[in-house]
Design a protein around this ligand. Structure first.
Ligand SMILES: Cc1cc2nc3c(=O)[nH]c(=O)nc-3n(C[C@H](O)[C@H](O)[C@H](O)COP(=O)(O)OP(=O)(O)OC[C@H]3O[C@@H](n4cnc5c(N)ncnc54)[C@H](O)[C@@H]3O)c2cc1C
Length: 362
């Protein structure tokens, strides 16, 4: 019997597990390997940070899910790939495969000299512990003005206001806020930040950190007691170290069929891949979810020796970022709207996403 190994419990692999339940397989078995029994859903991190969701609301039990869909769950972290002999090296063992797929996400791009001194939430299972410590810090500081840094800053600020702590969350961005969403979105989110009294600095890069403060490249010093680093994304190093074909950043290089360019029995999806034809495709949960159906189709077809299908990314996608206080900023193409309604929509979409998988094992 052949073995399909899914490495990581990311968005696209959740879809594969869901499909396995609908289409049980006789000729091959599925093994899911992930370093945590739980997959944490980043779409709900802001609601958790603000105290709206409980821990169980934001995570999926991969072990129970696997049991219910007929897959084997193994708790391990993959650190190397022997593409030629078709073996994966984990920290606890070696795992043979016929076809393997990676959906292991990305890491935060932390400068080497700061890595030991900052708080990290990636891989995602680190999030709850790091966040709970961070939001109670005397001087919480966030590095990164992209979507995740902005959402965390607003949500932690809202939580501190609710819980009677000083509103002194500070956000640093080396560019404008939300630089990937265009100038109008940056202007809008910066106006919201001013209105909500979020302390933020744009075009200001953190260069050094000591026990009590951060110093920026422009020579200023600010107090800190916990620095959450949310810039990135950075690739997991093991693709490159294993001799697989990667892009310059070390992300697994795949074709439109999500198939490795160097090893045809390896596939990937989500943040950890670079698609040769779409080198600047944003790394976010939206594309990771969208790749799920093409990935499942192609994994099945590769095992059966059939033709593979191509993934075509949509040009525009809906982005809804929490700004705290049950408000959110909705962005689609060049349009943006802020208020309670976007938050309600976000809440509904996120809960529906989680229910899709939780109902398979609850
Ligand atoms: C605070 C925050 C908020 C965000 N909000 C949004 C949002 O609202 N919308 C959006 O589209 N994007 C959002 N993002 C980005 C989003 O989290 C990522 O783009 C998305 O999670 C990538 O999904 P993925 O499937 O590639 O991997 P992930 O969801 O990161 O899952 C990776 C999985 O692989 C496992 N894993 C990691 N390393 C290994 C290994 N070596 N071996 C085996 N398993 C491994 C992990 O434990 C995890 O189960 C947010 C990010 C952050 C940090």
């Amino acid at each position: 019997m052949k073995t399909l190994v899914l490495v990581g419990g990311g968005h696209a692999h959740l879809h594969c597990l869901e499909q396995l339940k609908k289409e049980p397989q006789r000729d091959w078995r599925v093994v899911l390997i992930s370093p945590s029994r739980h997959q944490y859903y980043s779409g709900m991190f802001s609601g958790y940070a603000e105290g709206i969701y409980r821990l169980d609301d934001i995570r999926i039990d991969l072990q129970k899910l696997c049991e219910q869909v007929g897959a084997v769950f193994l708790e391990d972290r993959i650190a190397g790939v022997d593409g030629r002999n078709k073996r994966l090296a984990g920290t606890k063992g070696v795992y043979p495969f016929d076809v393997a797929s990676f959906d292991v996400g990305s890491q935060s791009d932390i400068p080497a000299e700061l890595v030991e001194r900052v708080s990290k939430i990636k891989p995602n299972y680190r999030f709850p512990e790091a966040l709970v410590k961070f939001r109670e810090a005397a001087y919480p500081v966030i590095a990164g003005g992209g979507a995740s840094g902005v959402e965390m800053a607003f949500s932690v600020l809202a939580w501190r206001k609710k819980n009677g702590l000083p509103s002194n969350v500070t956000l640093f961005s080396s560019s404008s806020l939300l630089p990937g969403h265009g100038a109008a979105a940056s202007k809008k989110i910066e106006a919201i930040a001013r209105r909500k009294a979020l302390s933020f600095f744009t075009d200001e890069r953190i260069a050094a950190i000591d026990e009590h403060s951060v110093s920026t490249q422009s020579g200023r010093t600010y107090p800190q007691s916990d620095l959450l680093w949310l810039t990135g994304p950075k690739s997991p190093g093991f693709f490159k170290h294993s001799g697989l074909m990667t892009d310059a950043g070390g992300f697994l290089l795949v074709n439109e069929s999500l198939q490795s360019l160097s090893h045809p029995d390896l596939f990937g999806a989500g943040d950890c891949i670079a698609i040769g034809r779409y080198p600047s495709l944003a790394k976010n949960g939206v594309y990771a979810v969208r790749q799920g159906s093409v990935l499942w189709n192609n994994l099945r077809n590769q095992l059966a020796g059939k033709k593979l299908a191509a993934f075509t990314p949509q040009k525009n996608f809906l982005s809804i970022l929490s700004t705290g206080g049950s408000e959110a900023l909705l962005m689609y193409g060049k349009r943006a709207a802020h208020g309670k309604l976007p938050w309600l929509l976000k809440q509904r979409l996120d809960q529906q996403f989680m229910q899709r998988f939780k109902r398979l094992y609850k």
